[in-house]
Design a protein around this ligand. Sequence first.
Ligand code: ADP
Ligand code: ZN
Length: 436
Amino acid sequence: MEKRYFQKEIETMPVEEIKKLQSEKLVKQVKHVYENVPYYRDLMDKKGVKPEDINGIEDLHKLPFLTKADLREAYPHGLLAKPLKDCVRIHSTSGTTGKRVVAFYTQHDVDLWEDCCARAIVAAGGTDEDVCQVAYGYGLFTGGAGLHGGSHKVGCLTLPMSSGVTERQIQFMTDLNATILCCTPSYAAYIGETLKEMGYTPDRIPLKAGIFGAEPWTEEMRRGIEETLGIKAYDIYGLTETSGPGVSFECEEQTGMHINEDHFLAEIIDPETGEVLPEGSKGELVFTALDKEAFPLLRYRTRDICVLNRKPCSCGRTFIKMCKPMGRSDDMLIIRGVNVFPSQIETVLLNQGYQPNYQIIVDRANNNDTFEVNVEMNPDQFSDTVSGITAKEKALAEAMKVMLGINPKVKLVAPKSIVRSEGKSVRVIDKRKLHD
Ligand code: ADP
Ligand code: ZN
């Protein structure tokens, strides 16, 4: 099969040339930020770094980091590098970690972002013959707008569905022969379950590919979605701060996501010390946006834990690949003094044959933390007897206790009853903060 790219000369550029391009862009971008963003200029001044000290990517480590706390402090306009009259768009984070961030875009920024999404669609096999159903949320959330723009650039017939109203999604998908589905993996699984209940077998579903991201998902989930929908499911990664989805995307190898290195310079650091780690190490992913005009973050700490590798890829793309994020460095909960990561709970659920549709609810009663985990039953368990369900809840609580060291109260809830915001599952509700 002939290999297809959206921007071949860039996506297959020799690594040395990519690095040269990144160096040139970095020098310019640091100047742009130093001159136009007093907040970051102060950070550089405090560190004793001047734009003249940055002559290429080898000097990147000299620059100060930018964190989500900085973004909050500078809210709303403090990191703008262009006059507002030159900006055409605002987006905001979905707030899965509770705090919203606003990002600004010039037309140029929107354009390059849409290119990145178009690269992802083409890598998933998309052409101008495809009907692309965009079921990410439209609005402040970046998912809808990003893939919508990318779909237009590829020339797909675009179905701007937004998320939710699943019956309508299915009606349009089947009546209009959608071939590519873009949404969060949890929503894709949900659509798949609904289709199955309606009696659709994979051969009767017109889809051939899906581009799913914006939240963590596992290989097991991928296999499940691929089987139910009869498609290939591709991962896509991004965050509002770096424009949105499309920072990186999977190719047909499905072994990690190629980072769009002409626009984003990636580093892996030790989240404790901030030290830059060699390629192949596991650590916190840090991005420098090389082309963004309005909101050009330098050395932005994503808090996503990840590994990078530059092994040659059979697809011909030369961009470095990142693995699936392995949780956030800050998503750790401390419950009764014990460190709890949502990913540990997810592992238990998958091991026990459940879908990773769950919600952790932490509260405080009589100065003690309460810890509940609601888990969606599989549809076939829904008709179980009360005692059968109680036994399953007990078994799950036991398994979680073994994994975490503390005892949660597990409740099995009806399939599809856990709220999904903009298609993303809300994993943690920490009510303790409300009382502070
Ligand atoms: P937030 O969820 O923090 O409010 P965003 O909506 O911008 O803000 O989400 C960005 C975050 O979503 C990333 O930092 C990452 O943790 C997560 N994310 C995005 N895409 C993926 C993906 N493909 N796999 C796993 N996590 C992802
Ligand atoms: Zn590849």
